[in-house]
Write a protein that binds this ligand. Structure first.
Ligand SMILES: *Cc1c(COP(=O)(O)O)cnc(C)c1O
Length: 429
């Protein structure tokens, strides 16, 4: 489907998909297939030279994954996308095109715990590093950058506290620094937030969460706005300098706005192999068909439950940006008018012990570290996802010892409230 002006509900069902040309199958088939027959040796040569776009081998491209890439790109308003084996793979793949040993990124302190770990420790093995700053302090963001900075990284609605980023303001800083702003849009989804419209260069997703929505498939995606001038910035040689493995081809010069996407597939997936499986792409496509319907219910339930918790004396605080008491309420209303997501934390009187009793007492909520599932989820970051962080990092991430995180599902809100009520009674008895 070429028309990008269709509405969100139409795109989430149709973008990227067409009836199967040989069978007429209407739903996107699962091309559970490794390799693709070349018409002849010239065809093979053209594909290998990137002179023609087509299918060679499923580590690089697969028809089911291609539909998903196109669909998410359409929903995000980007020019292209790269599917990856997980959300964490998407982050590494996004940085891979931008970074050389010695380069750094400026990252928000308010990130998914696994991302803090990936950026604090693992990327150092590649000679990369991250400087963490409070991204609400724009001067601190700018001050943290130096001549080896290659990106600013934040989450639109940040895990676990439901904090919301001022993407337009960060995009201006990134523009001044001539580096891309990368936004992890996992918790907001393009239904609540379209970072590219607010000036972001790249959007990364863990499709594992709301996009698939059904808790079946781990996956990720990187979407490119196509707007960053890699050549003018002069610090992204992988995208602008001759690529020896493709006879000296220059990605930006050859592919223009599609440079990042082509590099992600032709170099990133080819050599790092963080490829999404066709079955995962299929499951994710099924989920995306109902994304807007689910997000609407996720948000409505979250608003109701957050307000109920806030009024409860057993609860010390609720961080939901959809509540007028939140310091981010005005920003959320301005930038995320459809709602502040369905992910937030609350404090329980009685600290660490009460939190663990609460988690052990729920009946509908599942104690898992996932989020964005149709099922409601509870977890205690300090003993799980944020366990590897220092106490200071835990506090900065909004994941202190007395904090419980909820990912509100699409069940009956009243049932969820009753479940929390009985569990709070046991936790604080
Ligand atoms: C889950 C998650 C990730 C990591 O994604 P995986 O698919 O688990 O690798 C990254 N960012 C956010 C915000 C997440 O919720």
């Amino acid at each position: 489907m070429s028309d990008k002006s269709y509405g969100f509900d139409t795109l989430q069902i149709h973008a990227g998909s067409r009836p199967d040309p040989t069978t007429g199958a209407r739903q996107t088939p699962i091309y559970q297939n490794t390799a693709y027959v070349f018409r002849d040796t010239d065809h093979a040569a053209a594909l290998f030279n990137l002179q023609e776009v087509g299918y060679i081998y499923s580590r690089l491209t697969n028809p089911t994954v291609s539909v998903l890439q196109e669909r998410i790109a359409a929903l995000e308003g980007g020019v292209g996308g790269v599917g990856t084996s997980s959300g964490h793979a998407a982050q590494i793949m996004a940085l891979f095109a931008l970074m050389r040993p010695g380069d750094n990124i400026v990252a928000s302190t308010r990130l998914y715990g696994g991302t803090v770990t990936q950026f604090s420790h693992t990327i150092r093995r590649f000679g990369w590093s991250a400087t963490f700053v409070d991204t609400d302090d724009l001067e601190a963001v700018e001050a943290a950058a130096d001549d080896r900075t290659r990106a600013i990284f934040c989450e639109s609605i940040a895990n676990p506290g439901g904090y919301v980023s001022d993407i337009p303001a960060l995009a201006k800083v990134a523009e001044r620094l001539q580096v891309p702003l990368i936004v992890d849009n996992t918790s907001a989804t393009p239904w609540l937030c379209r970072p590219i419209e607010m000036g972001a260069t790249l959007v990364v997703h863990s499709t594992t969460k709301y996009l698939s929505g059904n808790g079946t498939s781990v996956g990720g995606a990187i979407i490119d706005s196509g707007r960053f001038d890699w050549t003018a910035a002069g610090k992204f040689p992988a995208l602008t300098e001759p690529e020896p493995a493709y006879h000296g081809l220059k990605f930006h010069e050859t592919f223009g706005p599609m440079a990042f996407t082509f590099h992600g597939i032709a170099i990133g997936l080819r050599d790092l192999g963080m490829t999404m499986a066709p079955m995962s792409a299929f499951q994710t496509l099924l989920g995306i068909e109902t994304l807007s319907l689910r997000m609407e219910r996720h948000v409505r339930n979250a608003e109701k439950i957050a307000a109920w918790l806030e009024a409860d004396p057993r609860v010390t605080e609720v961080t939901y940006a959809g509540l007028p008491s939140s310091p981010w309420y005005e920003r959320a209303k301005r930038l995320y008018p459809k709602g502040a997501g369905a992910l937030f934390t609350f404090g329980v009187r009685g600290g660490y012990e009460a939190c663990t009793r609460l988690v052990n007492s729920v009946e509908i909520f599942s104690h898992v570290v996932n989020l964005g599932d149709t099922r409601s989820i509870i977890n205690h970051p300090a003993s799980t996802t944020h366990r590897q962080l220092t106490p200071e990092q835990q506090e900065a991430a909004g994941a202190g010892p007395d904090t419980v995180r909820l990912s509100i599902g699409i069940e009956d809100a009243d049932d969820l409230i009753r479940d929390l009520d009985q569990a709070l009674a046991k936790a604080t008895a």
